[in-house]
Design a protein around this ligand. Structure first.
Ligand code: T3D
Length: 265
């Protein structure tokens, strides 16, 4: 049993969650899921937390499900689905719905659920030495954690199919060139870049960003007419925030805005 399957660090205006099972490339166990669930609930409840950074300890980001937990001592497998229902699917939903930007700093290999959980984050930065692997194909499974949803949308059908069906490792720079992730950066610069982004979001108009996240997700299942209506409603909501007033005033007064991220006055 790992003592601390995740680490949580509070920074000014944001939190850092580090997946912390480096000896297994941060593969998921039930204890890690439970700790992560609790940490994400705290992020959601903390009005002073205006961004979240997720990364991995050691040389990997996350190798997906811990496969040792899926084989009995007698070498028998189990029917799957329960952990998706209880942990993985709620995790993906929570990352998408968190009212703050979620930055993944992919420090090394991201495989299986580990790859698709990174893709569920709002902005994915990766070290040049990192890679993304739809490892499911190699063990007779299907890409879960939203893999079959994210891949075709981010990459288009040809690349999505090839990656999902071969389980080939995609280097970070190719992932960035193909539009799977935001950027690949030098290994030594990854965490500085990720913290810089989170510091930016910690001083940003948080409610407007939360509404933007929601609209971008809703757009996948909307026609233009529906989306225009959703934008009107969200813009109305954004315009009721103190940050909108501050943004307007700061522009007119030719100064930098000071955003609080608060919902109401
Ligand atoms: O409920 C459900 O189960 C459904 C949900 C499924 C979600 C999934 O994520 S299924 C996919 C699971 N993940 C994989 O299949 C990936 C398995 N790992 C690998 O293919 C390779 O480890 C990597 C390509 C990710 C990295 O390769 P490499 O050569 O850099 O490292 P390594 O030597 O293979 O791994 C280092 C250690 O981590 C090693 O332990 P050891 O031998 O030093 O004691 C290895 O066994 C361990 N490790 C890596 N991945 C996992 C793992 N241990 C348990 N589970 C893993 N997924």
């Amino acid at each position: 049993m790992d003592e601390h399957p995740i680490l949580v660090e509070r920074r000014a205006g944001y939190r850092v969650i580090t997946l912390n099972r480096p000896q297994r490339l941060n593969a998921f166990t039930e204890a890690m899921h439970q700790a992560l669930k609790a940490a994400l609930a705290e992020v959601e409840e903390d009005a002073d937390c205006r961004a979240l950074l997720i990364t991995g300890a050691g040389r990997g980001f996350c190798a997906g499900q811990d496969l040792h937990d899926r084989l009995s001592k007698a070498g028998e497998t189990q029917v799957l689905g329960g952990a998706l229902e209880a942990y993985y699917n709620p995790l993906v939903r929570k990352l998408r719905a968190l009212p703050v930007p979620v930055v993944a700093a992919v420090n090394g290999v991201a495989a299986g659920a580990g790859a698709n959980i990174a893709l569920a984050c709002d902005i994915v930065l990766a070290a040049r030495s990192a890679s993304f692997i739809q490892a499911f194909a190699k063990i007779g499974l299907i890409p879960d954690c939203g893999g079959t949803w994210f891949l075709p949308r981010l990459l288009g059908p040809a690349r999505a199919r090839a990656l999902a069906l071969t389980g080939e490792s995609l280097p970070a720079e190719t992932a960035a060139a193909w539009g799977l992730i935001w950027k690949a950066v030098a290994d030594a610069e990854l965490m500085d870049e990720a913290h810089k982004l989170c510091r930016h979001f910690a001083a940003a108009p948080t409610v407007g960003l939360a509404l933007t996240k929601r609209l971008l997700d809703e757009s996948w299942s909307s026609d233009l007419e529906t989306q225009l209506d959703l934008e009107r409603e969200a813009q109305r909501e954004a315009s009721l925030t103190p940050d909108y007033t501050e943004g307007m005033r700061a522009f007119v007064e030719k100064r930098s805005p000071v955003f609080t991220g608060r919902r109401g006055a």
